[in-house]
Design a protein around this ligand. Structure first.
Ligand code: D5M
Ligand code: FE
Ligand code: ZN
Length: 501
């Protein structure tokens, strides 16, 4: 759709502000409102802004997340890399509505988390069991959809001469020399090749290995399925946000990287004093979700010691514990680890160990990566986001500045880290904890050192920023971080803002 939108804009001889592109792509009909706006203009503007398109469509007021144009828009030529909105200042109503967090008792429950329940040893049997569990759990979700209630086994589908419907795990994806795509799918009974023709609607999607999908198609005389559609489990579309009655707020941060010589202590000092101050939004913060990479760690990458200001892992957590202790009492913290933290790197990662937890005060709840928790009854899925490295390197068009695109794909696939054998190490637990079984109200990630908020089918998406400046490694890889931005979500309405420090 993005290509269509950019082609349309280019044909009409104008440019679109990145925030306007993001906004239009989140609409069911991205081109309609733009077409109406341009038709109504006496002269085609040089750049169409977010405000233009929102005014034209008379929308935005009912959206769960209010989009606010960036103060100094970065222009992007059609086809250029796009940037997400990086700041959404709180509107006066958001300020006014906030409850005083100090008057609300915290209510945090951990619904799902690997901590203390890991059983795997990494044997071959463990892997077989892990992938069987993944296949069965996701295929159950697909079978709940009316199209796949009566899905066949692949071995039966192979022998059919009629329309077939089956579910399989993708074991191979390749492009054919004629520009079509060939998928190989397997279930417990057999494997089958599925051809997705370049001009079919399914060709717009990019499929990845190890995801579980449903196929509707016809088998040709050579035993090849010509796909009519390839269906993902996805999340059911929801209207509105099932929130709390009081306007309590949760803030999201990650990638603090305490101990790194590029940790931004001045920005953190600003955040900390704002949180403890009189600002209405600050006083409405009841929860703080910290999504991993809380310290920089030791030996995470070659020659990391040259970039450390604190070279002892305990001293790093002690410094963080002091920073957390300085936050006001009315903010209760949930903390999960990331790939820089002192737990096993394979996901799902357990919570930080007791000898580290004891450095912190009682205001912190430690949980694994990922974890499903409720805050005041609102379901929050927190995941550090390492698998985004695999999304970026596998799916054309994905990039580190658009983490929300990868998060949408995860929800469509109902899996946080579908690609096995890439950069994300996965532990073969008896149950696949990386499946998104319960649909959350809020889905939070970090890791890419960018920032963004949006909604997808009623789920509020939050990617939290970092408190670390660009590292030499990121500079080498052309990764421009967007540090010191704090997404804040109202747990009553799902409305999200991003405060910059
Ligand atoms: O990751 C910080 C940023 O660097 C994030 O955008 C991912 C990127 N990164 C980190 N490690 C890798 C590898 N191995 N390949 C590609 N990109 C990577 P952090 O987890 O804070 O180090
Ligand atoms: Fe990080
Ligand atoms: Zn990370």
């Amino acid at each position: 759709m993005r290509e269509e939108l950019l082609a349309f804009v280019s044909k009409r001889g104008t440019l679109l502000e990145p925030a306007a592109i993001d906004y239009l792509l989140s609409q069911s009909d991205p081109i309609g409102p733009l077409d109406r706006f341009l038709t109504a203009c006496r002269e085609v503007p040089f750049v169409v802004t977010l405000q233009d398109v929102m005014r034209a469509a008379e929308v935005g007021r009912s959206a769960v997340v209010h989009a606010v144009p960036t103060p100094s828009p970065v222009l992007s030529a059609p086809g250029a890399a796009l940037m997400t909105v990086t700041t959404r200042p709180a509107a006066p109503s958001f300020r006014r509505e906030g409850e005083s967090a100090a008057d609300q008792a915290p209510d945090i429950r951990i619904l799902r988390d690997i901590t203390g329940r890991s059983t795997c040893e990494g044997t071959l049997e463990d892997f077989t069991r892990y992938f069987r569990n993944r296949f069965e759990t996701v295929s159950r979700m697909l079978r709940a959809r009316h199209e796949f209630g009566g899905a066949q086994d692949i071995s039966r589908a192979r022998r059919s001469t009629r329309e077939v419907r089956f579910i399989g795990m993708i074991s191979d994806v390749r492009n054919t020399k004629n520009g079509h795509r060939m998928l190989e799918l397997e279930d417990e009974t057999d494997r089958i090749n599925v051809l997705v023709l370049a001009d079919s609607p399914a060709a717009a999607e990019t499929f990845v290995v190890d995801e579980v999908v449903g196929v509707i198609g016809k088998v040709n005389d050579r035993g090849l399925v010509i796909a009519e559609s390839v269906v993902r489990p996805d999340v059911p579309g929801r209207k509105g946000f099932r929130g709390t009655t009081e306007h309590v707020r949760a803030a999201f941060l990650s990638d603090v990287h305490v101990g790194s010589s590029t940790f931004l202590d001045d920005k953190w000092a600003k955040l900390s004093s704002w949180m403890s101050g009189d600002d209405e939004v600050a006083r409405s913060l009841r929860y703080l979700v910290v999504s991993g990479d809380v310290v920089d760690g030791i030996g995470v990458y070659p020659r990391q010691d040259e970039e450390l200001a604190i070279d002892d892992i305990y001293a790093q957590y002690e410094a963080l514990a002091k920073m957390m202790a300085a936050l006001p009492d009315h903010v209760s913290v949930v903390m999960i680890p990331g790939n820089h933290d002192a737990v096993r790197p394979a996901e799902p990662q357990p919570a930080l160990p007791p000898q580290i937890q004891k450095l912190f005060d009682s205001n912190i709840t430690f949980a694994g990566n990922p974890s499903l928790v409720t805050l005041h009854g609102v379901k929050v899925l927190a995941y550090h986001g390492r698998s985004m490295d695999d999304f970026v390197s596998t799916i054309p068009g994905m990039n580190y500045h658009r983490p929300l695109d990868a998060m949408r794909e995860m929800l469509k696939m109902r899996h946080l880290a579908p690609i096995y054998g890439g950069k994300t190490p996965i532990a073969p637990e008896a149950e696949d904890h990386l499946i998104i079984e319960d649909v959350p109200d809020i889905f939070a990630t970090g890791h890419v050192h960018s920032v963004g908020v949006d909604t997808y089918r009623g789920v509020v998406l939050v990617n939290s920023s970092t408190w670390q400046a660009q590292t030499p490694y990121q500079k080498m890889r052309n990764i421009e971080p967007l540090p010191a931005r704090l997404p804040i979500v109202d747990l009553a309405s799902g409305q999200a803002v991003i405060k910059e420090f």
